[in-house]
Write a protein that binds this ligand. Structure first.
Ligand SMILES: Nc1ncnc2c1ncn2[C@@H]1O[C@H](COP(=O)(O)OP(=O)(O)O)[C@@H](O)[C@H]1O
Ligand SMILES: Nc1ccn([C@@H]2O[C@H](COP(=O)(O)OP(=O)(O)O)[C@@H](O)[C@H]2O)c(=O)n1
Length: 240
């Protein structure tokens, strides 16, 4: 049922066909079936970090986790990340179904972790939605579905975080960080780098997401400054 909200009938039919063709898809669906539906959050705050690649999510989530003695999780969750490269090479709809399913599996981990400590998350539903929306159209941000369109709504059966912070840096600084990091790029990241319109569509989609909306954080400052800003926002919005 959880997957029904993120996949249309056609896509579900396709994913069962694809389960026959890709063994990993069968394993993924099995894992998803085992996740209880409509997971509830525990008593500790759940804070998500979003943003384009190299905006500093990994850096800041690690520091926030250390400062708050929290639990750090990511989407897609570690238990399915070994299948990621398989799905990244599949057609767009199958690839997105993998990430969407990953969010529901992650929700079970969040539910459990948030009974123990503050939960810090590197990407969640907003990533899946923003990258999907930005991929479905071409050209300028004017071509995106209008603000308030239902594509910008959080799925009603997916555990909601308390706070979502969207890290943004100017394009030149982002490229400098990408180069300094020097990691192997995924196909999509390489495309992002050359395709500034795509990047603008991703960021604009992030900004249109509602319920919960993303709170934007200028992450161009030093690591220490960014951490300070983020910790202030967390203490303002969440009871620690
Ligand atoms: N505030 C910052 N100022 C300068 N460099 C940063 C800052 N935050 C992160 N970086 C560097 O930028 C690169 C990308 O950061 P990372 O945390 O991996 O981003 P993401 O997880 O969003 O892809 C890394 O090399 C990191 O050390
Ligand atoms: N919840 C998620 C997480 C990632 N993704 C996809 O994964 C890509 C980024 O993942 P990544 O591991 O390279 O992110 P960074 O660690 O580089 O920030 C995005 O381009 C999305 O296509 C998604 O669709 N949904």
């Amino acid at each position: 049922a959880a997957i029904a909200t993120c996949l249309s009938d056609v896509e579900q039919h396709r994913s069962s066909q694809c389960a026959a063709r890709i063994p990993e898809a069968g394993a993924l669906l099995d894992l998803l079936e085992k996740c209880p539906e409509r997971q509830q959050k525990g008593g500790f705050p759940v804070v998500v970090f979003e943003g384009l690649d190299a905006t500093g999510k990994t850096t800041v989530t690690q520091s926030v986790k250390d400062t708050l003695n929290g639990i750090l999780l990511r989407s897609p969750p570690d238990c399915i990340s070994q299948w990621r490269t398989v799905f990244d090479d599949e057609p767009e709809s199958i690839k997105r179904a993998f990430y969407a399913a990953g969010n529901y599996i992650l929700a079970s981990e969040i539910a459990k972790a948030s009974t123990q400590a503050p939960v810090i998350i590197d990407r969640y539903w907003h990533s899946t939605a923003a990258y999907t929306i930005a991929t479905e159209i071409t050209g300028e941000v004017q071509g995106l579905p209008p603000a308030h369109d239902e594509v910008y709504q959080w799925p009603e059966d997916l555990l909601k975080p308390d706070l979502v912070l969207l890290l943004t840096v100017d394009p030149e600084e982002r490229v400098r960080r990408l180069q300094r990091r020097g990691l192997k790029k995924t196909k999509e990241e390489a495309e992002l780098e050359t395709n500034s319109l795509f990047r603008q569509r991703v960021e604009e989609s992030y900004r249109r997401m509602v319920n919960p909306a993303c709170q934007e954080v200028d992450a161009s400052a030093s690591k220490e400054e960014v951490l300070k800003t983020v910790l202030q926002l967390i203490s303002k919005h969440c009871a620690l």
